[in-house]
Design a protein around this ligand. Structure first.
Ligand code: ADP
Length: 219
């Protein structure tokens, strides 16, 4: 089954995607991760997107649709794909629907993760990840058991995203409300929307997602 994780920055899409990958043998397609990889690769495209991302603005539809198409047509997944951070505009949603149709695939559900704005700001401004395995931590909300050491892999190098600061976050939230939130209505009208409360503990949210996926047409 293919699913979309939809929600504002900081809603926990990446965290939940990691759990779904483990449990359901799915493949996570995160346009944010793809773009971050592109910028470190030093390609022309990478250089173009770096400044746009750091400021918190959306990269062009053309670039992200191209990235998704490339991954989707070249990757096998038994458990299906999780679209994380894509689509983010109505044009991207239309492109995804056409792409899936061309590949003979369907969308099982659009899981909308609901989190209020104060919580988003608190989550994002304190978060960091293990540079080795990508496990997520937070200065107050999720400290590692031993300071500076990853609970998951023992790694000691931690990193923070350049766009996880208050200024860029404002721009990212604005982009979410302006360009991405219309997708909630779009997928509701298609009968694909499955809202979950994203405010609880990580395990509680994962449980809520398991619950809604059981009820979807492609479960
Ligand atoms: P978050 O959901 O925490 O904001 P992501 O890692 O999904 O973070 O995305 C980081 C940045 O990458 C975005 O602010 C934007 O600049 C760019 N980006 C990611 N996905 C898309 C997309 N589908 N369309 C346009 N820009 C994107």
């Amino acid at each position: 089954m293919n699913i979309i994780l939809l929600g504002p920055p900081g809603a926990g899409k990446g965290t939940q995607a990691r759990i779904l990958v483990e449990e359901r043998d799915m493949v996570q397609l995160s346009t944010g991760d793809m773009l971050r990889a592109a910028r470190t690769s030093g390609t022309e495209m990478g250089k173009k997107v770096a400044a746009v991302m750091d400021a918190g603005n959306l990269v062009t539809d053309e670039i992200v649709i191209g990235l998704i198409e490339e991954q989707l047509t070249s990757t096998e997944s038994k458990g299906g794909f999780i679209f994380d951070g894509f689509p983010r505009t109505l044009a991207q949603a239309d492109a995804l629907s056409q792409l899936l149709e061309r590949l003979g695939q369907t969308l099982g559900a659009v899981v909308e993760m609901r989190v209020d704005d104060d919580a988003l700001v608190a989550r994002i401004t304190g978060r960091y990840t293990c540079a080795n395995c990508g496990e997520g931590f937070h200065d107050e909300l999720k400290k590692p058991k031993v300071e500076g050491v990853c609970d998951n892999c023992g790694g000691t190098e931690m990193k923070r995203r350049a766009d996880d600061n208050e200024e860029s976050l404002k721009t990212r939230l604005m982009a979410y409300y302006r360009d991405t939130s219309p997708l909630i209505g779009y997928y509701y009208a298609k009968g694909d929307l499955a809202p979950v409360n994203g405010l609880g503990e990580i395990d509680e949210v994962a449980d809520a997602i398991r619950g809604v996926l059981k009820q979807t047409k492609a479960a």
